[in-house]
Design a protein around this ligand. Sequence first.
Ligand code: CTP
Length: 412
Amino acid sequence: MRVTLLRDKGIVLGVTGSIAAFKAADLASKLTQAGAQVDVILTTGAQRFVTPLTFSALTGRAVHSDMWAADADPDGHIAHVRLGEHADLLLIAPASAHTIAKLAHGLADNLLTLTALAARCPLLLAPAMDGGMYHHPATQANLQTLVERGATLIKPDEGRFASGLGGRGRLPEPPELLGHVRRALGRVGALAGRQVVVTAGGTREALDPVRQFGNRSSGKQGHALAQAALDAGAEVTLISSARHLPTPVGATRVAVDTAQEMLEATLAAARAADALIMAAAVADFRPAQRQTQKLRKRGHDEGLRLDLEPTADVLLAVSEQRVQYGRPRFLVGFAAESEQLLQRAAEKLARKKLDLVVANDISAADAGFEVDDNRVTLLAPGRAPEELPLMPKSGVAELVVARVAGALVQRA
Ligand code: CTP
């Protein structure tokens, strides 16, 4: 999946001697697919676990390992200077205890440590080691030195090691590593220093201890919006009911189920927000009474009548609160409609006093609920509706976030 933030970014991926080196191959593949130019440096130890061919096949680029190789570029720069100078990010994953120790002391005895000394870009370190090595005071002191110098540490996971021992020291999975790369590259984006709140997923209202009212919202569009805001450098609060979806790296997640929980969490977060993007599908009704015992069927042909009561309109409540707090500065709503799309979306824009409405026609089979693509029209006060073509939800998210960022610059 292409990611605008990563397109043509130069990433030097250093791989050191660890059983987790195989995960770096998947990471190199994901970064390349996202559009980055990935230059891999393998240490001698790494080559015991993975081969240069693995990485050159996945990245489509030469793989480097020999600091004595005479592969100077046309300007005469030798490999470590060229790699270090052209990189937007140096990521070492997995980073062994030995390489971390060398970096902390400024040793430069192989191509990777030489490049780390020559590079002026941010350094992201993902330690991976067995047993008590991560917690050893020597490793901790070395990591602290590197963090004090500006390196960003990706904390290893807890779990079982290849040796059979357990503890902290496992390399996180590639999707999480990719999230850290996006966070590191996005820091200087158009939303740096801004607070963005995103709501996602469909709310659930319990009828009895077993059954619930829900809707078809998967939360994918909301989570994509949170990721796009992170890519633009924002501090993101993600209020989500989509328990099955991972939290984008860097987002603060608030888990909710019901419309009432969504209301309380959103009103609280919105008070300090620069922007709120209300992508959640909030139930308009809930059972008037929640049964404490499971409802039983009576006779075979006897039906069941339920009383429903209205829930609060979260977006309207935020809009009213905005009059008092002046926040959020920018308010985005969604309109999922099965008919009269533009007319109904325009009505929501005016009635809820929004700055932007993202309208989608939910009668289309190829876009909207559950699938990965969306076809939306953007409506803003005083502007002609902007119809966007069918595109991945991540693309819709990037465009919406760009609109938010553009508007905030004007309102600053
Ligand atoms: N919304 C909300 N709280 C609700 C219902 C909706 O905050 N109880 C928000 C949604 O997150 C979305 C926008 O309002 O951003 C539009 O949702 P929709 O249900 O389409 O609008 P309604 O105002 O409920 O209008 P209607 O059901 O009449 O179409």
